[in-house]
Design a protein around this ligand. Structure first.
Ligand SMILES: Nc1ncnc2c1ncn2[C@@H]1O[C@H](COP(=O)(O)OP(=O)(O)OP(=O)(O)O)[C@@H](O)[C@H]1O
Length: 600
């Protein structure tokens, strides 16, 4: 067989282990609740294999006991043939019914297992910290829940059960053949070593093809998700042709390795067919001779013919199931790795649950890095008193957004302490901590649903009246009233039909509806028209009343009334004070202010 060009051989793709005890032990727990069902399936398998083995034997009986029998009358022969015909029909019918029951039961177990794995993955994902999501692209996590769980289903329902079925059928057929005539059985099985050798060779090539196909599919998924989400930029910058060429390369590459796999199969399948015919030829030569010499009956020869045919199907199936076993094991390993990755932000073992939170925030010598020692925040210390409005300013990438992520403990810091009302946030359960903090991010995330569900985020304790009240308070009611269905207006595709300003106002309403003690606002950097900006400013003033408010400000004009302005530069606090004080200092803030005013 022609070997593949070098560029097709993928070095980055790890070898799939066909047997990994840890993974299998872990997956066992999903099968355990259905152990009784599995036992029934295996009992049914035994019966089905029995029916498969009896069929050819009945033919042998028809031929030897009646068709070729001497010394019995035609009427007895006729009666015997009809009776055996009924027996054959009965066994075939029973085989069909048991097959049906087995398949229904297998589908039931499979779907239940799938459901449980999907649920566990989803629950696990919800416990993971943001740093986990930073490292794992959405597409990859989605495949864990979709195609990988499907592959596991295959393992439980197809691979496992049919492997046993194939083994049973192969062993059963060989035993019956030996019982009928061991010499003829051994001669007919002479081709088995040939089948074994070609299967080993086939596996080597198929394994390579399989690995290449998996990486190509992963590439197609990854590029598709990137190109589709970036379609706006692709179209704006007229990059369609360039992106098409890139996709076309990946697509062709996938097609080529698929052809390679097809080639392997198109050699292997006919080869196995050839072995089957070879075994049958040996049967005709040797078996036929033995019938002529009267060593065996014609019925035995005919039964052998059927058994050999029956033997080859599971042998071919077994080698072709190899692919399925590989993908199931690879998927099981990936799911195992995901489910056994512990969440890196854990709730405290002895939690402190404050009854109320006043909203005092203190950073004490905080050091933080997303990766290793790439410090994003260096020795940051500040205090925000309850009810104060504090703004963070600084150049892009200075570390402002990181500070607000840390307050809600979306990431853990490496050194120092973050205290809320004097309690280290690591000692407060995450759900309790976050209940008191509302965050409005630059890019407001809206879920599929309607305006109402996006404000209350499925918290039914927030009544319709309260919803309308907060929306009116933050100036969102006005535009919502203009929507055809008002508060029931559907929101699709992350709210793409709403303007950025409108989305921001909805986010304010959402924050206010939850009545937080601490409000965190990452100001939108994008341009918002002056009228909407005024509405936003007005609502911000209103909602920051009586609560600790932290604003990451990009427009310095919006924070002139803040109680404190903290200037961050390259991860360190460089200046702190009120607007006028900072201007008087003529430092970084002063320069930023000058720059922004010059722009205006
Ligand atoms: N999830 C992340 N993983 C790794 N590094 C990150 C991550 N988020 C931010 N960073 C890095 O941390 C540094 C600070 O980013 P941060 O978003 O806190 O800055 P910022 O001051 O809020 O910037 P901007 O004004 O542009 O929003 C930057 O160098 C950025 O590249």
């Amino acid at each position: 067989m022609r070997t593949l060009p070098k560029e097709y051989i993928d070095e980055e793709n790890p070898q799939v282990k066909l047997y990994d005890r840890n993974v299998l032990n872990y997956m066992k727990k999903y099968a355990q609740p259905y152990i009784k069902h599995f036992i029934i399936v295996f009992l049914l398998l035994l019966i089905i294999t029995g029916t498969n083995l009896t069929g050819p034997y009945i033919f042998k009986m028809v031929i030897d006991n009646y068709l070729n029998a001497k010394n019995i009358s035609p009427i007895v022969k006729y009666r015997g043939v009809v009776l055996l015909g009924f027996l054959y029909f009965g066994i075939a019918l029973a085989g069909g019914i048991f097959n049906f029951l087995q398949s229904v039961m297998l589908q039931y177990i499979g779907q239940k297992i799938l459901y449980n794995i999907r649920t566990d993955i989803f629950v696990h994902l919800q416990q993971m910290s943001l740093s986990f999501f930073d490292k794992n692209p959405v597409g990859r996590l989605v495949t864990r829940i979709t195609s990988d769980t499907d592959a596991i289903n295959d393992m439980f329902t197809n691979v496992l059960v049919f492997l046993v079925q194939d083994m049973l059928l192969i062993t059963g057929t060989i035993i019956v053949m030996i019982k009928l005539d061991y010499r003829l059985a051994l001669l007919s099985l002479v081709v088995v070593p040939l089948v074994a050798i070609s299967t080993i060779i086939f596996r080597r090539y198929d394994r390579k093809a399989y690995r290449m196909i998996r990486t190509r599919i992963a590439r197609i998924y990854a590029s598709l998700s990137e190109y589709i989400s970036g379609m706006r930029i692709i179209q704006i910058f007229n990059r369609e042709k360039m992106i098409y060429d890139k996709f076309d390369n990946i697509n062709k590459d996938y097609m080529n390795v698929s052809f390679y796999q097809l080639k392997i199969f198109s050699i292997f399948r006919p080869l196995n067919e050839f072995y089957r015919f070879l075994a049958l030829t040996i049967l005709i030569w040797i078996g036929g001779g033995q019938v002529l010499r009267g060593y065996i009956t014609f019925g035995v020869l005919f039964a052998f013919f059927n058994y050999i045919n029956q033997l080859f199907q599971p042998i071919i199936d077994l080698s072709e199931k190899y692919d399925m076993i590989q993908s199931s094991m690879a998927a099981a390993e990936k799911i195992y790795t995901l489910l056994t990755t512990p969440p890196d932000i854990k709730d405290p073992e002895n939690p402190i649950i404050p009854e109320t939170i006043k909203g005092r925030i203190e950073f004490k010598n905080v050091w933080f890095a997303y990766n290793g020692e790439d410090w994003v925040l260096k020795d940051v210390s500040f205090t925000i008193e309850p009810g104060q409005t504090v703004a963070f300013v600084g150049a892009t990438g200075a570390g402002k957004s990181s500070i607000i992520s840390l307050i809600s403990r979306l990431y853990d810091i490496q050194k120092g302490e973050i205290l809320i009302d004097g309690i280290n946030i690591k000692n407060i359960p995450q759900s309790v901590l976050r209940r008191h903090i509302a965050v409005v991010l630059q890019d407001v995330f809206l879920f599929t649903g309607d305006i109402k569900s996006n404000i209350r985020l499925n918290n039914e304790e927030i009544s319709d009246e309260k919803l309308k009240e907060v929306a009116t308070y933050v100036n969102a009611d006005k535009f919502i009233q203009k929507l055809p269905k008002k508060y029931d207006e559907p929101v699709t595709e992350r709210g793409s039909t709403l303007s950025q300003g409108q989305r921001q106002l909805i986010a304010f309403a959402r924050a206010l509806a939850f009545d937080p003690t601490i409000l965190v606002l990452d100001e939108a950097t994008a341009n918002i028209d002056t009228e909407t900006e005024q509405l936003i400013q007005d609502s911000l003033m209103k909602i920051s009343k009586n609560r600790t408010t932290i604003i990451v400000a990009h427009r310095l004009s919006t924070i002139q009334h803040a109680d404190n302005i903290i200037v961050i530069h390259k991860g360190r606090i460089r200046e702190m004070g009120k607007h006028q004080e900072l201007l008087a200092k003529q430092g970084i803030y002063y320069k930023l202010y000058q720059l922004q005013n010059a722009k205006i």
